[in-house]
Ligand binder design. Structure first.
Ligand code: NAD
Ligand code: UDP
Ligand code: UDP
Length: 314
C-alpha cells in the first residue's frame, strides 16, 4: 500500500506516519510545506527505504501515484491559521481540490481531517454529526471553519459526481507530544507555562468547555475510519468535557502546584462549549478513546520538559 500523508510533518500527521510505518507493507510519502510542521518530527524516518518526504504546498498540483491519501495539510492552531487567513482558505479549498483531483486520477481513497469547528459556537450539545452548526461566515475564524466546511462539500461532490472513495473525520481538540510549544493552544500553553513557572492564562470567562483527545487515540480512530466502510463525517474525539478553569487546576495539580492561575481577555467568536457525540465512531468503527486527560498530560509533560530543557524536580 502506498500512502500519501499531506501535513505529515505536523503534530497529528507525524504520529500518524509513525503508526503507518509500523506496517512493513506500507510505503509512506509525506507532502508538507513546513509552515507549522518540521522535519524534526519525522527525523527517525528520513532515509528509510519505505519513506519519502517532499517539500510541497498543497495549493499547487501534485503528481504522485498512491493508493490512499490522508489529507491533513492545514494549520490547526488559531494563531497560525489567523496569521495569513487568505492562505488558510486557499489551503483548505484549493489544497483539498488538488488532492481530490489526484485521488480521481489515480483511483485513491482520500480521508479529510475536518474539525469540530464546523459546528461553530454550537447550539446543540453534545454535537452529533447531523448538526449543521452555528458558524459566523465573516469572522476571524471563518478562514478555518468555513474553509473546512467547503472542503467537506468538495469531498462529497467528488464522491457523488466522480465516485471517489472518501472518508471525513471531524476531529475534536487533540493533544500530546510534538505539539508546537508556542502555538497558543490551551493544553500546550498551560503545560509550557507550568514548566516555565509562568501564570496559567485562562481566557475569560473560563467556564467555556472543550473535550481533549490524546493523539494515539486520534491516530487509531483515523486509521479505522480510512480502513472501514463508512464515508462519514464521523466525530473523533474524547467526550470527557472540562472547563478551561478545570483544565488549569488539573495542570497545576499534576505539573506545578505552585503556579498561579490568571484570567486574561479572550479572542472573538470563541465557542462556549464543545463535546463530541461519538455514538457513530463507537458503533461504526468500534472506536473509543482509551487515554484519560490525567494520564495523557504527564506523557506530554515529559516531551515538553525535554524540548524546554526543564528537569523534573524531586
Ligand atoms: P499542525 O499545524 O501541527 O499540522 C499541519 C501540517 O500541515 C503542518 O506540518 C504544516 O506545515 C502543514 N501545512 C499547512 N499548510 C500547508 C500547505 N498549504 N501545504 C502543505 N502543507 C501544509 O496541525 P495538527 O494539529 O497536526 O492538525 C492536523 C490536521 O488536523 C489539520 O487538518 C487540522 O485542521 C486538523 N485538526 C486538528 C485538531 C487539533 O486539535 N490538533 C482539531 C481539529 C482538526
Ligand atoms: N490535480 C493534482 N494532481 C493530479 C490530478 C489533478 O494536483 O494528479 C489537481 C489539478 O491540477 C486540478 C485539481 O486537482 O487543479 C482538480 O482536478 P480535476 O481533474 O478534478 O479537475 P480539472 O483539472 O478538470 O479542473
Ligand atoms: N484558552 C485559554 N488559555 C490559553 C489558550 C486558550 O483559556 O492560553 C482557551 C480558549 O479561550 C478556548 C479554549 O482554551 O476557549 C481552547 O482554545 P484552543 O485555541 O486550544 O482551541 P480551539 O479554540 O480551537 O478549540
Amino acid at each position: 500500500m502506498r500512502i500519501l500523508v499531506t501535513g505529515g510533518a505536523g503534530f497529528i500527521g507525524s504520529h500518524l506516519v509513525d503508526k503507518l510505518m509500523e506496517n512493513e507493507k506500507n510505503e509512506v510519502i509525506v507532502a508538507d510545506n513546513y509552515f507549522t510542521g518540521s522535519k524534526d518530527n519525522l527525523r527517525k524516518w528520513i532515509g528509510h527505504p519505505r519513506f519519502e518526504l517532499i517539500r510541497h504546498d498543497v495549493t499547487e498540483p501534485l503528481l504522485v501515484e498512491v493508493d490512499q491519501i490522508y489529507h491533513l495539510a492545514c494549520p490547526a492552531s488559531p494563531i497560525f491559521y489567523k496569521y495569513n487567513p487568505v492562505k488558510t482558505i486557499k489551503t483548505n479549498v484549493i489544497g483539498t481540490l488538488n488532492m481530490l483531483g489526484l485521488a480521481k486520477r489515480v483511483g485513491a481513497r482520500i480521508l479529510l481531517t475536518s474539525t469540530s469547528e464546523v459546528y461553530g459556537d454550537p447550539l446543540v450539545h453534545p454535537q452529533p454529526e447531523s448538526y449543521w452548526g452555528n458558524v459566523n461566515p465573516i469572522g476571524v475564524r471563518s478562514c478555518y471553519d468555513e474553509g473546512k466546511r467547503v472542503a467537506e462539500t468538495l469531498m462529497f461532490d467528488y464522491h457523488r459526481q466522480h465516485g471517489i472513495q472518501i472518508r471525513i473525520a471531524r476531529i475534536f481538540n487533540t493533544y500530546g507530544p510534538r505539539m508546537n510549544i508556542d502555538d497558543g493552544r490551551v493544553v500546550s500553553n498551560f503545560i509550557a507555562q507550568a514548566l516555565r513557572d509562568e501564570p496559567l492564562t485562562v481566557q475569560l470567562p473560563g467556564t467555556q468547555t472543550r473535550s481533549f483527545c490524546y493523539v494515539s487515540d486520534m491516530v487509531d480512530g483515523l486509521i479505522r475510519l480510512m480502513e472501514g466502510e463508512h464515508t462519514g463525517p464521523i466525530n473523533i474525539g474524547n467526550p470527557g468535557e472540562f472547563t478551561m478553569l478545570e483544565l488549569a487546576e488539573t495542570v497545576k495539580e499534576l505539573i506545578n502546584p505552585k503556579v498561579e492561575i490568571k484570567k486574561v481577555d479572550n479572542t472573538p467568536d470563541d465557542p462556549r462549549q464543545r463535546k463530541p457525540d461519538i455514538t457513530k465512531a463507537t458503533e461504526l468503527l468500534g472506536w473509543e478513546p482509551k487515554v484519560k486527560l490525567r494520564d495523557g498530560l504527564p506523557l506530554m509533560e515529559e516531551d515538553f520538559r525535554q524540548r524546554l530543557g526543564v528537569a523534573k524536580k524531586n
